[in-house]
Design a protein around this ligand. Structure first.
Ligand code: BTN
Length: 269
């Protein structure tokens, strides 16, 4: 069943693609460890920019901070995109920003679902006074000396995951199906995301930064949050994000903390 599903998905994505570069070198696998690892290996073998690897199932899917990324087979979008950007290391988060924006736009266009962004790399849906996680982005780089030889942006979106299955993924997980009550064609969604990635990447190469748009979509800003850092939790006001995605957190003592990575939760404090 899963074996057939990957062939169907491949044909449907190919038919729906409107891009020149992104997804033109397309691999759809029935099952793999992690699509990020497959793309990294392909990058080392000289795969072209825009290569996309999709999996119907991952046996070792991972998220940031060493977490596992769980997804039931053939119900989600699990894919990784290869970039060969001419960017210095600190600007690589711009790829995460542009892919997050492209995914959020595509979900709105294809599923009619309004999605927010949560620093640093989550796509979320507002629920009551909180939020639930719909998707995550994991960016990894291959660096040679001072130069970024390639970057792999992996995206996991809970698409047609039923309400009953969601608790097995994560306590705060949601899906497009759970939010809208309707299944979405994953091929159309992927092709729409890749069209957005290509358009935004062209802009980036022409010198535009996705920072302002990304910052405007971050639900985290202007809120009191607790950030989990390697040094422990830090609570303060999320004042902004700089050009390279660093979160600027003002603590009650007036100090401004610059957080490069971590997790934030809203707090009632
Ligand atoms: C996160 O929220 O921490 C990021 C999750 C990223 C998951 C995707 S699924 C496709 C790609 N392959 C992986 O192993 N991870 C990313």
């Amino acid at each position: 069943m899963v074996l057939l599903m990957d062939q169907i998905l491949f044909s449907r994505v190919r038919a729906a693609l409107t891009t020149q570069i992104f997804g033109r070198n397309l691999v759809v696998l029935p099952r793999t460890g992690s699509t990020n690892d497959v793309v990294k290996e392909m990058a080392g073998e000289g795969a072209p920019e825009g290569t996309v690897v999709v999996a119907e199932e991952q046996t070792a899917g991972r998220g940031r901070l060493g977490r596992r990324w769980l997804a039931p087979p053939s119900t989600c979008l699990l894919f990784s995109v290869l970039f060969r950007p001419n960017l210095p290391c600190p600007q690589i988060p711009r790829l995460t920003m542009l892919c997050s924006l492209a995914a959020a736009d595509a979900i709105r266009e294809v599923a009619g679902l309004e999605v927010g962004l949560k620093w640093p790399n989550d796509l979320i849906v507002a629920s009551g006074s909180g939020w639930q996680k719909l998707a995550g982005v994991l960016t990894e780089t291959g660096v040679v000396g001072e130069r970024v030889a390639f970057a792999v942006v992996g995206v996991g979106i809970n698409v047609n995951v039923s309400l009953e299955t969601l608790p097995a993924l994560a306590p705060d997980a949601t899906s497009i199906l759970a939010e809208t009550g309707r299944e979405v064609d994953r091929a159309t969604l992927l092709a729409t995301i890749l069209a957005g990635v290509e358009a935004r990447y062209e802009g980036l190469r022409a010198g535009e930064s996705p920072h302002a748009e990304w910052a405007a979509r971050l639900t985290t800003l202007g809120q009191r949050v607790t950030a989990m850092t390697s040094g422990g939790p830090v609570t303060g006001m999320a004042e902004g994000v700089d050009e390279d995605g660093t979160l600027l957190l003002r603590t009650p003592d007036g100090a401004l903390h610059r957080l490069l990575a971590g997790d934030v939760t809203l707090c009632a404090c």
